[in-house]
Design a protein around this ligand. Structure first.
Ligand code: CP3
Length: 353
């Protein structure tokens, strides 16, 4: 295909229309964790790979699991199959995913321990992820957008410092309070690595980027500004210089009304709203911002299914009617989700046409 043909095809990706200022009758739809354990074909490929990180670093298999939900449901966007913890792993802090236990990392809790990380060492692993993106751009239908992503520095740091998931992110918060200079050094490494990681994904063919800040809601005002807003702004600004046309969606989960401040201060083009975001915030609070709103169906409603699922989908569509909106969940699909409920959801959203 000639360059003009390629550009035309990009222009037809309806997922990108809201970022160009268009309001669609039927919003684009994709779902966080749309590739994952709720799909039997994912579980089969996952078993073939054996190890979760091996799945992330094997372009053929990572591309295959990215495509699985597109084949089933025809979502408007695919999201690269990888994980936010690929960045610490590539930096040299070995990451393990213990079966049924979630991630395990050798914790980093002081400036001295930062010596274990190497920006120069990320090359080989980031190249494998870029190869997955390049494969996907070849294999995806032309009309399907491809979203690249990384974890936000704050959220990635919470895992690096705690050594695992936690309910309160206590170790990272304590380090940030006790030794902000030292903690800043960790955040700076993550900003630099995230920029490089995202830049490579765009160069390989990603149409849009998303920054997952799952634990943004655990920090109060000044800390939120320093550890959530500032690093995200730094990433957003550098990517804008390099790729002015590639939109970035921020997902400051748990930020509540502060998400409006987050949008204006970081310059993100899209805002992912979590399940608890009140309707008036979704529909009105971002109106002064030049931003596309994405969200926010409760993933457990997708497990429950039935008439309540349809009702809630209609409520969200009515609320966001006439706005630049992308339909999504408020957090990732959970493993016990019946795949037929996902089909029901997609049909309900598209039935509005
Ligand atoms: O389909 C997609 O959304 C793309 C792939 C993707 C995964 N993780 C695959 C994955 C994306 C975008 C992520 C992001 C991610 N990873 C986040 C931010 C979003 C969120 O959910 O809050 C976070 C915090 C992580 C870290 C992580 N990865 C944890 C805590 C776990 C274990 C818990 C769990 O859900 O299993 C993972 C593992 C993981 N990442 C799985 C998948 C499909 C399940 C692993 C498996 O197959 O065994």
């Amino acid at each position: 295909m000639g360059e003009q043909g390629a550009r035309k095809a990009v222009g037809e990706r309806r997922f990108l229309a809201p970022f160009r200022g268009e309001v669609l009758d039927v919003p684009p739809i994709w779902l966080m964790r749309q590739a994952g354990r709720y799909l039997p074909e994912y579980r089969a490929t996952r078993a073939e790979a054996g190890d979760f990180l091996k799945l992330c670093y094997t372009p053929k298999l990572a591309a295959e699991v990215t495509l699985q939900p597109i084949r089933r449901y025809g979502f408007d966007a695919a999201i690269l199959f990888s994980d936010i913890l690929v960045v610490p792993d590539a930096l040299g802090q070995s990451v393990r995913f213990a079966e049924g236990e979630g991630p395990r990392l050798e914790p980093i809790r002081s400036v001295d321990e930062l010596a274990r990380l190497s920006l120069a060492g990320t090359e080989a692993k980031f190249a494998l992820v870029a190869e997955t993106v390049a494969r996907l751009r070849q294999d995806l239908p032309q009309e399907t957008a491809l979203i690249g992503f990384c974890g936000a520095p704050w959220t990635v740091a919470t895992y690096m410092v705690q050594g695992q998931g936690s309910v309160d992110q206590a170790e990272a918060r304590l380090w940030a309070y006790r030794d902000p200079k030292g903690f800043q050094a960790l955040i700076d490494v993550l900003v630099a690595a995230s920029i490089d990681y995202l830049d490579r994904q765009v160069q390989a063919g990603a149409d849009c980027l998303m920054i997952f800040d799952t634990w943004a809601g655990s920090l109060p005002d000044d800390e939120f500004d320093r550890w959530v807003v500032a690093p995200t702004r730094a990433i957003r600004e550098t990517l804008r210089e390099r790729h002015p046309d590639v939109p970035v969606i921020g997902f400051p989960r748990g930020a509540g009304a502060t998400a409006v401040w987050y949008v204006s201060e970081t310059g993100v083009d899209g805002i992912g709203c979590d399940t608890a975001t009140p309707p008036f915030v979704m529909s009105e609070a971002f109106e002064e911002e030049d931003v596309v709103v994405q969200g926010n169906l409760d993933p457990l409603l997708l497990v429950a299914g039935g008439a309540r699922l349809d009702e809630r989908v209609d409520e969200i569509l009515d609320l966001m009617d006439g706005k630049r909106f992308i339909f999504n969940l408020g957090h990732g699909i959970v493993p016990q989700t019946p795949p037929e409920n996902v089909a029901q959801l997609v049909a309900r959203v598209r039935g509005r046409g």
